[in-house]
Unconditional design. Structure first.
Length: 419
């Protein structure tokens, strides 16, 4: 089957998806989750093949994105069941107004139709995207990367098995069989067949979609996330948050990539940061973080110099760029110049500094004394997510069910004509 044939089938299936009631959708989600769990050995076997092919081609952190194990798969199905429990976003009345001429004008939520998702090396995105599309009565067309194709196919096969178990069409969930650049380009230009395109991946993928798509496209994903440590910060808390934001899972878009430190605490904090995320990790047999510092930072600790582009790089690895700043104003100015609009954090006990930071930062998520790692659909109570939108129109931040519906007006009359 060609990509175009798949899209035509998906468009036809979209008509039936619009008519699914909440109970039917929830029963299907439970059936799909069970099918994934029943096929866990098959999925892990497929993932092992993907992992073997990727060795030597991907970094350790990117291999971590690709890897599945039983815990991660059960986390995926738990997320699916949380989506099942969420309110149905379709058919809600957003507003209702009776006009002087007797017309009743209602604004009602409706599905987008066919939602295409282009993503790279995270096979869990397969189930997350599919279940969010399904619960919002959309048909999904998934196009994964070469690295994760076998894993994604095994997951989609299981989910389709679940759909058929409750008497629904397999075409409600689709995986493009050709993970090539040509298939991605075809999705970008599938006017009349794709109602919304969501790229979920690195800067190159997102840039390509935004620049080349002729179908509606949402900018997502790239995360040059900053942590600013104010001079009033609790040092112990700061060390815990920096460690978590950088090291807990550096390959994801909500991991911290840049650390900004008030120069009044630079001499106190930076030796402790280096010990915590560099030498202590190495002593434990863990991958140490490579620090890239500006001139002020390097006068305090020994580390590599930050290059011209390092403050504009999403490393997705155990690398952290560090810069000394004079205070909140300079931190906000630096972030405005270098951020991708994803997630930023301030660590401070000064309410004035906190308010200035929160008010001055124009990103989708702004944290106060917490790790940026929480920018996630599950952590935000959305069950799972389609991606993190870094734009401002239609969707911003973690995209859940409510970001996958549009609306239409239903006008009810009794013979009115316009004079």
């Amino acid at each position: 089957m060609t990509t175009r044939q798949m899209l035509i089938g998906a468009k036809k299936a979209a008509a039936s998806a619009m008519l699914l009631d909440t109970d039917t959708k929830n029963a299907a989600i439970e059936a799909m989750a069970r099918a994934i769990e029943d096929n866990i050995k098959t999925i892990l076997c497929a993932n092992a093949q993907d992992m073997e092919k990727a060795k030597g081609k991907l970094s350790a952190s990117m291999l971590d994105r690709l890897k599945l194990d039983e815990k991660r798969i059960y986390s995926v199905t738990a997320g699916m069941r949380k989506v099942m429990e969420l309110p149905d976003p379709v058919g809600r009345t957003l507003s209702s107004e009776k006009r002087p001429n007797g017309l009743l004008i209602e604004k009602i939520t409706v599905p987008m139709g066919v939602v295409a998702i282009i993503y790279e090396s995270r096979p869990n995105v397969t189930a997350d995207a599919a279940v969010l599309c399904f619960k919002s009565s959309n048909v999904c067309v998934l196009r994964c990367g070469r690295d994760s194709f076998l894993s994604a196919k095994a997951i989609v096969d299981a989910m389709r098995e679940g759909l058929e178990a409750v008497g629904l069409k397999r075409e409600l969930i689709n995986l493009v069989p050709d993970p090539s650049r040509e298939s991605a380009a075809e999705l970008m230009k599938a006017e009349g067949l794709v109602d919304l395109l969501i790229p979920r991946g690195g800067a190159g993928l997102i840039k390509s979609c935004v620049e080349n798509a002729t179908v509606p496209c949402i900018r997502t994903g790239t995360g040059i996330c900053h942590i600013y440590v104010d001079k009033s910060a609790d040092i112990g808390m700061a060390l815990d948050i920096i460690d978590n934001a950088k090291c807990q899972r550096p390959s994801v878009c909500n991991a911290a990539e840049v650390l900004l430190v008030h120069r009044d605490i630079l001499k106190e904090l930076m030796p402790l940061v280096k010990k915590r995320i560099c030498s202590d990790r190495e002593a434990k047999g863990l991958c140490p973080v490579k620090l890239l510092g500006d001139d002020e930072v390097r006068r305090v600790i020994s580390c590599e110099a930050a290059g011209e582009g390092d403050f504009d790089t999403e490393f997705l690895d155990y690398i952290l760029a560090v810069k000394a700043v004079s205070g909140v104003a300079e931190a906000v100015e630096h972030i405005a110049e270098h951020s991708t609009g994803h997630s930023e954090a301030i660590l401070s006990r000064d309410e004035a500094a906190i308010n200035a930071f929160v008010g001055g930062i124009d990103s989708a998520a702004v944290y106060v004394n917490a790790s940026t790692r929480f920018t996630d659909g599950g952590e935000f109570g959305l069950g799972c997510e389609m991606g993190i939108a870094t734009q401002k129109l239609h969707a911003r931040g973690p995209m859940g069910l409510c970001e996958l519906v549009s609306y239409k007006y239903v006008i009810k009359g009794n013979g009115q004509i316009r004079g």
